[in-house]
Write a protein that binds this ligand. Structure first.
Ligand SMILES: C[S@@+](CC[C@H](N)C(=O)[O-])C[C@H]1O[C@@H](n2cnc3c(N)ncnc32)[C@H](O)[C@@H]1O
Length: 447
C-alpha cells in the first residue's frame, strides 16, 4: 500500500477548514481530499470519523474548550483544537498523548512558536483539569442544544413542533452513523442472491425488515463490491425507498420525476416499471443529469429519459395531462439527513425554509397540470419540519381544488407510522434508523 501524501489529521484539518470557508458539503470535500492525498484503507475510515465527528460535535467541543481559551485563536487553530479534543473524548483507539503530539506537530508546520505553545498548553490543560459539566445549564432546551450540537433555534423549533421527547430522540439519533442500505435491482437479480454473493465477498449483511427489496450492510462498504459495478443494486436509504411505493407504479405507466438527480428514485421507479413505460427525469443542473445517466447505464435501465430542465417551466416542454404519475422530490432544507451531512445544521436558517417552501410550491404548481386525471402526485422531502412539509402540502391542496388527498401506499412494515388512511407521513430518523423523510400523496380528481 502506498503511503498517503498527507497525514490523516492534517488532511482532516484541510477538509474542516474548507467546509467552513467555502460552505462546501462535507461529503464532497472529503471525497476530493481522499483522492488528492491518496488516502486508503483504515486511514479513510479514520479521516471520515474525525471530519464527521468534529462537525457533528462542534458546539459541544467549543463549550468544552471555552474555559481554556483566553484570546480568540486563528480559525485553523480553533479547528485543530476541536478535532484533537474530538479524538480525546470520543475516539478510544488513540491515547491522548499521541493525539496531543500530532496536534503540536501540525501546529509547528503551520504556525509560529506562540501557536505551538498555545495548542500544547490548551490540550494539556484539558487533559489535566477535565471538562466542564453540561449539568450547570439549567434550561433543558439549551442543554439539549449544546449536548447534541444542534443550533438553539432549530432545537426550539423542533420542541415546539414535535414535543421535547421527540426532539431529544431526533437530536441524539442525528449523532449516530447511519447503517448503509442497498436497493436490489430486481430486473437483474433478487435479495437472497445478493445477500449470498455479498457474504461470499466478505460483507456482513441482513435483510431489511422495512423494505422487501433492501439489504442492510453491517460490515463493509457496498460501493466497493463488484456487484455494485454490475448494477445488481443501488445504495439508497430505506426512507428514500418508501417514496416509490407511494407512487403505486404499475406496468406501462408514464412517470415524471421533476427533481431527479442523482437519480435514486428514478432508478427505483424504472425498476418497478420493469422495462415497460417511461420515466422522464428532470434536473436543473447538467452535471447532475450526468449522474442519472451513469446510474441508468450501470443498472441497465433503458426506460429513463433524462433532461436538463427547470421544473418551474415544465409546462413549456410537455403537454398537459401527459403523465400517469408525478414525483416532486423537492429541493429542501435537508434536516432529515444531518447524520450524513452534519454541516447543514449550522448553515440552514428559518429564512431558508421560507424560500424553499416557495420553490417547492412553484414546482408543484407547474407540474400539477401535466398529470392525467385520476393520476397520483407525490411530494416528498428529506427534511423534518412541520411548516416546510405539512405547510407546503396543505397550501398545495388549498390552491388546487382539482386535487384530493390520496391514502399513502407504504411498505407493510411502516403502516403503524401512518394514521388510518392519511395521505402524509413524517418519518423521523429515530423511527427505524432511516433518514428523516416526508411523503405526501394527492390524486387528481376525475371530474
Ligand atoms: C432532493 S434532490 C432529489 C433527489 C433525487 N430525487 C433522488 O432520489 O436521487 C433535489 C434535486 O432537485 C434539483 N432541483 C432544484 N431545483 C430544481 C428545479 N427548479 N428544477 C429541476 N430540478 C431542481 C436539485 O438539483 C436536486 O438534484
Amino acid at each position: 500500500m502506498n503511503k498517503p501524501k498527507k497525514n490523516v489529521r492534517e488532511a482532516a484539518l484541510d477538509v474542516l477548514e474548507a467546509i467552513d470557508k467555502h460552505q462546501s458539503y462535507s461529503n464532497l470535500l472529503l471525497n476530493q481530499v481522499i483522492k488528492k492525498y491518496q488516502i486508503t484503507g483504515p486511514d479513510t475510515g479514520l479521516l471520515t470519523e474525525i471530519v464527521y465527528g468534529t462537525i457533528q460535535r462542534k458546539m459541544t467541543l467549543d463549550y468544552y474548550l471555552q474555559p481554556f481559551i483566553k484570546k480568540k485563536p486563528e480559525h485553523w487553530v480553533r479547528i485543530l483544537l476541536r478535532l484533537s479534543l474530538y479524538q480525546m473524548i470520543y475516539l478510544d483507539k488513540v491515547p491522548d498523548r499521541a493525539i496531543i503530539f500530532e496536534a503540536v506537530e501540525i501546529a509547528k508546520k503551520r504556525g509560529h512558536r506562540g501557536i505551538v505553545g498555545l495548542v500544547n498548553g490548551i490540550l494539556r490543560s484539558v487533559q489535566r483539569e477535565g471538562l466542564q459539566s453540561l449539568d450547570s445549564i439549567k434550561d433543558p432546551v439549551e442543554k439539549l442544544s449544546l449536548e447534541t450540537s444542534h443550533p438553539l433555534w432549530l432545537v426550539k423549533r423542533w420542541v415546539n413542533q414535535y414535543g421535547f421527547e421527540n426532539a431529544k430522540a431526533m437530536c441524539e439519533e442525528n449523532l449516530l452513523a447511519p447503517v448503509q442500505t442497498i436497493r436490489i435491482n430486481e430486473t437483474k437479480t433478487n435479495r437472497e442472491e445478493v445477500c449470498r454473493l455479498l457474504e461470499i465477498e466478505g460483507f456482513s449483511v441482513e435483510a431489511s425488515p422495512i423494505i422487501p427489496e433492501s439489504i442492510r450492510i453491517l460490515k463493509g462498504n457496498a460501493a466497493n463490491s463488484d456487484l455494485f459495478k454490475k448494477g445488481y443494486f443501488s445504495i439508497q436509504d430505506e426512507s428514500s425507498m418508501t417514496v416509490a411505493y407511494a407512487l403505486e407504479i404499475s406496468s406501462n405507466m408514464t412517470v415524471l420525476d421533476a427533481c431527479a438527480a442523482p437519480g435514486g428514485k428514478t432508478g427505483h421507479i424504472a425498476e418497478l416499471l420493469n422495462g415497460s413505460g417511461k420515466v422522464t427525469s428532470l434536473d436543473l443542473h447538467p452535471h447532475k443529469i450526468k449522474l442519472i445517466k451513469e446510474n441508468a447505464s450501470r443498472l441497465g435501465l433503458e426506460n429513463i429519459d433524462e433532461k436538463v430542465m427547470d421544473s418551474r417551466h415544465a409546462r413549456d416542454s410537455f403537454q398537459s395531462e401527459s403523465f400517469d404519475r408525478i414525483l416532486v422530490d423537492a429541493p429542501c432544507s435537508g434536516l432529515g439527513v444531518l447524520r450524513r451531512k452534519p454541516d447543514i445544521k449550522y448553515t440552514k436558517t428559518d429564512q431558508d425554509i421560507q424560500s424553499l417552501k416557495k420553490v417547492q410550491l412553484r414546482i408543484l404548481d407547474e407540474t400539477a397540470s401535466l398529470l392525467k386525471k385520476g393520476g397520483l402526485l407525490v411530494y416528498s422531502t428529506c427534511t423534518v419540519d412541520l411548516e416546510e412539509n405539512f405547510g407546503t402540502a396543505a397550501e398545495f391542496l388549498e390552491q388546487h381544488k382539482d386535487f384530493e388527498p390520496h391514502a399513502l401506499a407504504l411498505p407493510e412494515a411502516l403502516s403503524h407510522l401512518v394514521d388510518g388512511d392519511s395521505n402524509t407521513i413524517q418519518i423521523f430518523p429515530q423511527d427505524f434508523g432511516g433518514d428523516g423523510f416526508f411523503i405526501s400523496c394527492f390524486r387528481k380528481k376525475l371530474l
